[in-house]
Every structure is written in C-alpha cells, then in structure tokens.
Design a binder for this molecule. Sequence first.
Ligand code: SF4
Length: 207
Amino acid sequence: MIIMQDDKRIKISNLNELIKSCKKCPLHLSRTNVVLGNGNINTKIMLIGEAPGRNEDLEGIPFVGLAGKLLDSLLNENNIKRDEVYITNVVKCRPPNNRTPNKEEVSSCLPYLIEEINIVKPELILTLGRTAGEAISIIFNYEWEGLEKERKKIREVMFNGTKIKILSTYHPAAALYKPELKELLRDDIKTASKIIGNKHKNLIDFM
Ligand code: SF4
C-alpha cells in the first residue's frame, strides 16, 4: 500500500514537472503561472474545470477566486473539504481575458488530464462546465449531448481497469450570478456526494 502511494506521488510529481515547462500551445505566452492540479491524489472524487482564471493564474492554484469559494461552500454543505478532493482544469494555462480555450489548446493539453486521471484513478469525475464535459467525452469516446442532458445522467466508463462514474454539471463561475444555476450545481454536488458516500473521508493526505 505504501509503495503504491509513493508510486502515485512520484508519478504526479514527474507529470507536474513536465507541465510546468510546457510550451505546446500559445497559452504559455501569456501565463503568469502554470496552474497544476491540486488536492488529494488518493481521493475518490476528481473535479475538472475549464481553465485557470485571473486569480488562479496569479496564484498558480486552481479555483481560488470567487468561483472557487462558491465551489468550496457547496462541497462543505456536503461535508466534503477541498483537501479531500483533487481539482484540475482541462487546460493548465490561463486563456487571455478568460476566453474559452479553443480546440487546438484543449487537444494540446488533454494528454496531461488523461495522465492525471490515470494516476489519481478516481471513482467519480465531476466535470464543471461545458468545456470540461466535452473534454471528458472526447477522452472516453462518447457523444456529448449537451450540458442540460448530460447533467441528468451518470455515465460509467472503464479506464485502465478502473471503473469511473462521470457526472457533468455547471461551472461555479456560471452559477455565481445565476441563482437557478447555483441550485442545479448544488443538487449535482449533492448527487456526487451521495455516490461517493463517506469514502472521501478514508484518505491519507499526500500533497
Ligand atoms: S495550456 Fe497546456 S498545452 Fe498549452 S502551454 Fe499550457 S500546459 Fe502546455
């Protein structure tokens, strides 16, 4: 068990070194910091957003702005703490003016996300927003049916021998100013928490 945990830690650390020096797409030109995945690599829940925003770019940590605070509070409502989950983004560098990353940028960065999933091996992936939902549908080769339909489904995929459930919901940034989306996001995080139960509590923190 300890050997496996060390193995995970070494793999994520090697991956992060690679990402930190990445210049595969033009987003490296405008970044202040590469924003690496963050949290517990032994978690059962992995949350995936679109891209770093301004605060994330400045601090080099995902979901630290207002959207992150909303996410934290909705996780807390379900007794889930930030350091009990692993959070990452589809692209690791901030797109200028917070625009949506384009297809080329997403496909350049996708191998890193695939490797993060491979290392963390979560039981549940919660995608936040359309870009993350679509990226995951590309990785697992299913047809993306749009956020409204996808958020009502729990998909199940096999990935390198691990069964992973996938739930799609809105990005907290979209929910910040739209109370109706906030309620849907709240419902979906509750569903995610029910799927996982208390398993996220049985963790050893490595990071
Ligand atoms: S967004 Fe991803 S692929 Fe593009 S430079 Fe940053 S780490 Fe590399």
